[in-house]
Design a protein around this ligand. Sequence first.
Ligand SMILES: Cc1cc2nc3c(=O)[nH]c(=O)nc-3n(C[C@H](O)[C@H](O)[C@H](O)COP(=O)(O)OP(=O)(O)OC[C@H]3O[C@@H](n4cnc5c(N)ncnc54)[C@H](O)[C@@H]3O)c2cc1C
Length: 336
Amino acid sequence: MTVLFLAHTECDGTLAKVSLETLTAAKALADGMGAELAVGLVGADVAAAADSIAACGGTFFAVTGPAYNEGLYSTDIAAAEAIAKACSAEIVVAPATSRYSRALPGLAIRLGGRVDTHLSGLNVVDGKPVAKRWFYRQRMEGSFTRDERPWVLTLDAGCAGAFSGAGSADVTAVDADISGVRTRPEGMICVSEDEQTIRPDAEILLVTGAGWTKKQADGEVHVAEAEDSILRFLSATKSSLGSSKSLVDISGEGGAVISFLTHMHQVGQTGATPRHAKGLSTCCHGEEPHVVGWRFINERRAINTDAGCGWAQGKCDVLYVGDAFAIMKKVNELLG
Ligand SMILES: Cc1cc2nc3c(=O)[nH]c(=O)nc-3n(C[C@H](O)[C@H](O)[C@H](O)COP(=O)(O)OP(=O)(O)OC[C@H]3O[C@@H](n4cnc5c(N)ncnc54)[C@H](O)[C@@H]3O)c2cc1C
């Protein structure tokens, strides 16, 4: 029996952290089931990536060439299919990157198998593979298995330690059939670190609330100053940016908006539930529908002019009662 760990390289030819984490989980699954581990890599040139994980003990397969750098659905699925068939994979474990979240459900169809996505862990129980995932917006974690094969699984970030173990990998080249692919990519632009403000791996979550766009003590709104202060903090600390629902909704209501916020930033009951070691809330009231999104934020701090705000009701570890404009200005000065 073969467990295939499948990954694509990033723009710079390396493997993403989530891919290294997924390798740890795939290797433990193969070891626990007494199965062979196969490693399938896809990209323009995977030699460096293969060497970076050579010590995992798997048999390496790769589909390479310029066409596989761009992450098209059609080329990704063709490459994945060719590798899965080359090693007769019964279980395929891949990272839940945007590329593979899009392509691998289709792989399961092509192989006549089943797929489960966004898993939070893999286990072996009585020799059988068992997958774990969250249900009901991360309130319950469930375990399940399937008898159908091939079983294609994608693992979310942060659910295993990143594999490390470099060496010299012996890679078998596999050909994929992309003769029927009609889409021609014009090129690829990788988002720079400063443009990408949702950073799941960041230590700190900075949450912005509607207060940033409200009239302040002088009777004026100061949105430009707010944007500058928020961006300076993000740039200096590489924190992840989150928002209250009120602030991301303001654009639809014609109010002054923070230009770089989208609904993807919303934290809370109807938003995201991110995981970070620390969180700092600014100009956000801390109402329950927002704070439920902080379930996995370990140390919580908030800045609010109102000493009776929601955060003060036992929802944060430290509440700074003060003006976030002044406090964040000082914090940014200290950060340099
Ligand atoms: C079914 C349902 C689902 C919801 N889901 C979500 C959700 O997923 N996420 C979410 O966020 N909300 C959600 N909400 C909305 C939520 O209840 C609140 O309305 C929202 O979080 C309020 O956003 P806010 O705190 O930014 O704005 P406000 O309530 O307007 O609070 C602004 C805060 O800024 C403070 N402030 C103003 N100026 C300053 C300053 N200079 N310095 C410091 N503080 C200042 C004020 O004191 C105030 O506390 C939901 C509501 C419902 C009914």
